[in-house]
Design a protein around this ligand. Structure first.
Ligand SMILES: [Zn+2]
Length: 325
């Protein structure tokens, strides 16, 4: 597999290439994609559609899905692959960046995405959830070269197996009378959202009432049926999924802690996490030693400038949001 450095070389220059906007089947847009890689993202979109996985569009205050970002380096670590128009982030809120893998992407779908090939057999995508250090489940990046992509996508490799209707990962449409593992997942999510179903063994009147209350509270279409819109909203409410469970709907009992404010002189694992994230984003924080020193501050200021934030070198809520993506 190619390294990020090799991909930067193959796809250079950063930021300066023919950019295209691609609208995914769900309506979410990927802006600033490299025109050479457009087919690759169309293939990725095809896989997501096959699995009924809905890339969400951005709304005010909720950044979810995007592609291009021209981030300048402060020293030799290079640009993020987003700066070459060959990476996309999908559904950031339910696929957060962090030490543990948290994702609502079905395993089979991720495998299908990684199975997309060119006509000459080159793998097209790598998934950020497979990163060895910090996991970036929202992130898909092209690992084929421009000339490999020029051979064209092997569209036969894009047709994944249709999802198994008994598998809760397929987010089946649930309505009155339904039973089974999907209903168990639904009950867990409803309960976590504060709308417990008092008779959870089959989808009856009580389940329907709980679903309607939930839909009303979230301003969804109120029909008492659990389709993609309701599944997606439930996952937004309770996105955390543990790494050990291969199914996508697992409730994490404790919500992820807010990151504390850190600045010059701060120490510890949270500073190390910040440094790793800075490095991944192409900013040089100095050694990954968990000590917030001069170089880390310089990198933080660069990130703040790149994101239009007050460049004070102090990492509070807004700067954390910027670096965690
Ligand atoms: Zn990304």
């Amino acid at each position: 597999m190619r390294t990020t450095a090799e991909l930067r070389r193959l796809w250079s220059p950063a930021c300066d290439f023919t950019k295209r906007t691609f609208t995914m089947y769900s309506g979410a847009t990927l802006r600033g994609l490299n025109s050479v890689a457009l087919d690759a993202f169309q293939a990725l979109d095809g896989v997501m559609r096959t699995f009924n996985y809905v890339p969400r569009a951005n709304s005010p205050g909720a950044w979810e899905t995007g592609a291009y970002n021209c981030r300048k380096i402060t020293s030799g670590t290079g640009y993020s692959l987003h700066a070459y128009g060959i990476a996309a982030d999908i559904n950031a809120r339910t696929n957060p960046y962090g030490k543990a893998l948290i994702t609502d992407m079905p395993v089979a779908m991720v495998m299908a995405a990684k199975g997309i090939k060119t006509t000459e057999g080159a793998q097209v995508f790598r998934w950020g959830g497979d990163y060895r250090s910090v996991k970036d489940a929202m992130h898909y990046e092209v690992v084929a070269s421009p000339s490999e992509l020029a051979a064209g996508i092997d569209w036969a490799s894009v047709t994944a197996e249709p999802p198994n209707q008994n598998d809760p990962r397929t987010w089946p449409k649930l309505r009155k009378g339904d039973k089974g593992p999907s209903l168990t997942r639904l009950n867990e999510l409803l309960e976590a959202a504060g709308f417990p179903d008092t008779n959870p063994t089959s989808f009856g009147t009580k389940t329907s009432a709980a679903v309607r209350s939930y839909q009303t509270s979230r301003k969804l279409d109120v029909d008492g049926i659990v389709g993609l819109q309701t599944w997606t909203s439930l996952l937004n409410d309770m996105p955390a999924i543990a790494e050990s469970d291969p199914s996508p709907f697992k409730i994490e009992v404790h919500s992820r802690p807010e990151r504390p404010m850190v600045k010059t002189g701060s120490k510890g694992s949270v500073v190390e996490e910040l440094q790793r994230r800075l490095l991944d984003e192409g900013f040089d924080p100095g050694p990954l030693d968990g000590v917030f020193g001069r170089k880390t501050k310089t990198a933080v200021i660069a990130v703040q400038k790149a994101n239009g934030l007050e460049p004070d070198g102090i990492v509070g809520k807004l700067t954390w949001r910027a670096v965690l993506g």
